[in-house]
Design a binder for this molecule. Structure first.
Ligand code: GLN
Length: 462
């Protein structure tokens, strides 16, 4: 099929499925069709259609962060990851739905309604990068960009039965990723396969002078290592974490994945991560603290929405933020302001930073005895829309297995491990040491090549 035909088919599929799935906030037909003519035959990605989370800046295209406060906002420049994708011959076909400012685990805090899980449209796709996960899971695109602050790529990948990846902090430039919690934020990648993810990472990874936290570490050829034998590789399993709150079916699937890895020759050992239990508490202090500062820039003056109702300046700021932000974002701004306030700073923020260092030390210690850690990605399968919306704490507990990788800055990947008795996908996560993306891809690729899901969601582009 010619590139032009395949891009129109992608756009047609996106348009046809969107009323049911709500995975795209904008489908960029004009932009994508115009790009076709610019793709060179020898380009690295050869016209790969890609969906992009709506908190990654795409010049001239809307970038709303799933928020009313950025309704109709068009980015003034391309994120570095987008610039590199464009140069390598990828085509952005649309911007995807997300929890408002990436705060959430179900896509339900989006100002534009939730994306729906293609395996069962009465269920959430996970979040916050729910729209990107759905765009890949429903077969519209092979790969998509998301963002990860505490699990927002790995968790929806798990709930949608696809591959989701978070890099080492500093591996992918954050220039043009709208900031939520800068010390935790990463651009992440979804793929139908591990190879899709490896191909995209190879293009977007690497030092960028526009992001001082991007690292000057050489970018290997990630796809070269995919097929290596994994016999003799050591995988650590922190079984003490597989207790309270973990669904039985997820636990069984993870145990099954462990046996499968053993059958591929991997050496499975028990490990302990004593500080991992503090991950959620630490994350929701640090992430909210940083968010309260980062989101101060939305004041009705510089970007997007401004209320028409006020004439006085201070009142305009306050009313714009009151109308422009949703409930979860306001909750986080208030929490973050509180933990940073004088008198409470030492008890919360400063203490959380100390525990964060201990979480990181846990991992550094464990990676002296194993190459990867295996855990569930999410404690449950996709839940019903609305099931946890009134209980923020229950929602936060979705991140129990994912947040500590963001606190430590290490990479992680979620791959499908099976289906529940109701036919919903389950995922397992592999975590690795800093800069060990290639090793994770190798383990994940070999696993999914030998034990594929072999099943498609109910809503699928075909
Ligand atoms: N679910 C987590 C939160 O609500 C993580 C979000 C993310 O990774 N962006 O903050």
């Amino acid at each position: 099929m010619s590139l032009q035909k395949s891009i129109s088919k992608t756009l047609d599929n996106a348009e046809r499925l969107n009323p049911e799935l709500n995975s795209f906030l904008s489908i960029e037909r004009g932009h994508a069709e115009a790009r076709v003519g610019e793709i060179k035959d020898d380009s690295r990605l050869g016209g790969l259609a890609i969906a992009v989370k709506d908190n990654i800046c795409t010049k001239g295209l809307q970038t709303t962060c799933g928020s009313r406060i950025l309704h109709n906002y068009k980015a003034q420049y391309d994120a570095t990851a987008i610039r590199r994708l464009n140069e390598a011959g990828a085509i952005v076909v649309g911007k995807t739905n997300m929890d408002e400012f990436a705060m959430g685990s179900s896509n339900e805090t989006s100002a534009f309604g939730p994306a729906k899980n293609p395996w069962d449209t009465t269920r959430v796709p996970g979040g916050s990068s729910g729209g990107s996960a759905v765009a890949v899971a429903s077969g519209v695109v092979r790969a998509a960009l998301g963002s990860e602050t505490g699990g927002s790529v790995r968790q929806p990948a798990s709930l949608c039965g696809i591959v989701g990846f978070k890099p080492t902090y500093g591996r992918i430039s954050r220039y043009g990723l709208v900031a939520f919690a800068s010390s935790l934020d990463n651009i992440g990648i979804f793929g139908q396969t591990v190879k899709d993810v490896a191909d995209v990472l190879g293009v977007i990874a690497g030092r960028d002078e526009m992001d001082s936290t991007s690292a000057d570490v050489p970018v290997p050829d990630y796809s070269a290592e995919l097929d290596s034998d994994i016999a003799g590789k050591t995988i650590g399993v922190p079984r003490a974490l597989f207790g309270e709150g973990l669904d039985d079916e997820v636990r069984d699937s993870v145990e099954n994945a462990i046996e499968n890895f053993r059958s591929l020759g991997a050496n499975i050992i028990d490990i302990e991560l004593p500080y991992a239990n503090y991950g959620i508490a630490v994350y929701y202090i640090i992430a909210t603290a940083e968010a309260s500062s980062n989101l101060a820039r939305y004041d009705g003056v510089r970007y997007g929405f401004r209320t028409e109702e006020s004439t006085a300046l201070r009142e305009m700021y306050a009313r714009t933020r009151e109308l422009g932000f949703g409930q979860e974002v306001k909750r986080r701004i208030m929490l973050g302001t509180y933990v940073l306030s004088s008198g409470y700073y030492d008890a919360y923020y400063s203490k959380a930073q100390k525990v964060r260092a201990l979480v990181k030390r846990d991992y550094q210690k464990v990676f002296t005895s194993c190459e990867a850690i295996l855990t569930p990605t999410s404690p449950s399968v996709a839940f019903k829309l609305g099931a946890k919306s009134d209980d923020p704490l229950a929602m936060y507990l979705n991140d129990v297995y994912t947040v500590s990788a963001n606190l430590a800055g290490i990479p992680g990947i979620s791959v499908p491990s099976g289906l529940s008795s109701e036919g919903l996908p389950i995922g397992v996560q592999l975590l690795g040491n800093f800069w060990s993306e290639g090793k994770l891809f190798n383990l994940a690729h070999r696993y999914s090549a030998e034990f594929p899901l072999n099943s498609k969601p109910a809503v699928f582009a075909g």
